[in-house]
Design a protein around this ligand. Structure first.
Ligand code: PMP
Length: 463
């Protein structure tokens, strides 16, 4: 990788950025004080910043660059499609070749009985579609009172008004008047933090049964759907106990509640199968897709729905759609991304080779004095930082350890994210074994430095 030098000095870029660019999920004043890291290029799993540092991106951007950075094939497909047909819409009885080809391919890849896709520009938009789609479905089936969508605390389903309401992030609900009506949240299957004295299995069962309780409290005739990520991502890569998902599936079947699997992170190989639903063994009626669909090279998302839902929705006019639903350039790029994932056997490699290799090394991090538990499936993992492993204690000063560790990682040229005091990774699926070794080395060094700093600042106290 050659450094690109034809840009302004970093400090000038940072000052301009702080002056005019409002960043998502960021304190503007902090950006102004510290300056954002300016990313200028990337290849494979490595990012390059404006000072020439090579940074291992253990988050694949925002969980999305599944095939890694720098694949010329996608750039070429995009350029070709822009010349041929840069834009046309899919409203009002029109279509185009890329969206037809992508839809056919998705019907092949997704589970049996799911052969129809409604496109969006992002995961948030797709989940907004889902809210309207499942409610319209029940309406058209003659059950208009089925409106409530049940979700979970600490879930992430997007940032728009609808999808942010589905999500269970309290700092998001605190801003802008969320949630919208008829969204209800139950507990999350986070055993480490919330399981108390219960066994993992009993706790998983109990949390799943909160769904049944909520349905009975509200009345089955009011509940349209349950939405969940097969494995919570932004909430901290929380892998549910093995008892959780079978019980959720049983409850959805028993009460005829639609199951929406939000596959925005889990989809397209992240968990070692094409979809997280396959990894956790569920049969969704709707799957939200985005991110890995195009490996982030183009903004595209969608809702893949069952044949039953499609047949009902298609029997009338669904008054819904986005200017960029099924955008031709995004569709063409997504199709090429799926070709690469398939032909290079990237999903199989995660399942059989690099996933197990990473798992072994990731789980060994529990030997570190700060790490209480390690969770990992495929290429998404978390470690929990704790002042006292045996009692699964939380830090008195919640979030400080995670923040310090994240900052140490940055200094050590590793992008690892923190969610409170959990550190999470979701690297590009193409990460090699030597790159995994580098990831682990940098993580251990950062954990050591974080531990030393917490000790010296007296922050190792339990809550
Ligand atoms: N669902 C899940 C599970 C996600 O993780 C995200 C994004 N992190 C979204 C939906 C929202 O997707 P987007 O940011 O593309 O709107």
């Amino acid at each position: 990788m050659n450094a690109i030098t034809n840009h302004m000095p970093t400090a000038e870029l940072q000052a301009l950025d702080a002056a005019h660019h409002m960043h998502p999920f960021t304190t503007g004043d902090e950006i102004a004080a510290k300056g954002a890291r300016v990313i200028t290029g990337a290849n494979g799993v490595m990012l390059r910043d404006s000072d020439g540092n090579q940074i291992l991106d253990a988050m694949a951007g925002l969980w999305c660059v599944n095939i890694g950075y720098g694949r010329d094939e996608l750039a070429e497909v995009a350029a070709r499609q822009m010349r041929e047909l840069p834009y046309y819409n899919t409203f009002f009885m029109t279509t185009h070749v890329p969206v037809i080809a992508l839809s056919q391919r998705l019907a092949e890849l997704t589970p049996d009985g799911m052969n129809h896709v409604f496109y969006a520009g992002s995961g948030s938009e797709a989940n907004d579609t889902n809210i309207r789609m499942v409610r319209t479905y029940w309406d058209m089936k003659g059950k208009p009172s089925k409106k409530v969508i049940i979700s979970r605390h600490n879930a992430y389903h997007g940032s728009s008004v609808g999808s942010g309401s589905l999500g269970g992030m309290s700092p998001m609900h605190a801003q802008g008047g969320l949630p919208i009506p008829d969204v209800h949240h139950i507990g999350q299957p986070n055993w480490w933090t919330e399981g108390g004295e219960m066994s993992r299995e009993d706790f998983g069962l109990m949390r799943a049964q909160e769904l049944e309780q909520a349905i009975n409290d509200m009345g089955e005739d009011r509940v349209a759907a349950f939405i969940a990520e097969p494995i919570q991502g932004a909430g901290g890569v929380i892998i549910p106990p093995s008892t959780y998902w079978p019980e959720i599936q049983r409850i959805c079947d028993k009460y005829e509640i639609l199951l929406i699997a939000d596959e925005v992170i889990c989809g397209f190989g992240r968990t070692g199968n094409w979809f997280g639903s396959q990894t956790v063994g569920i049969r969704p009626d709707v799957m939200t897709i985005a991110k890995g669909l195009s490996s982030g090279y183009q903004p595209i998302g969608g809702s893949v729905v069952s044949d039953e839902i499609a047949s009902v929705i298609n029997s009338g006019e669904f008054n819904h759609g986005y200017t960029y639903s099924g955008h031709p350039v995004a569709s063409a790029v997504a199709l090429e991304n799926l070709r690469i994932l398939d032909e290079e056997k990237i999903v199989e490699r995660v399942r059989d080779q690099t996933g197990p290799y990473l798992k072994k090394k990731w789980e060994a991090l529990t030997e570190h004095p700060l790490v209480g538990e390690a969770n990992i499936v495929g290429m998404m993992g978390s470690i929990v930082l704790t002042p006292h492993k045996e009692s699964r204690a939380s830090f008195k000063s919640a979030g400080a350890a995670g923040f310090t560790c994240r900052e140490r990682c940055f200094e050590n040229n590793l992008v690892m994210r923190h969610v409170g005091d959990r550190m999470i990774i979701s690297p590009p699926l193409v990460i090699s074994e030597p790159e995994i070794d580098t990831l682990i080395e940098r993580a251990v060094q950062s954990l050591d430095e974080c531990h030393a700093s917490l000790k010296s600042e007296g922050l190792m106290e339990s809550a």
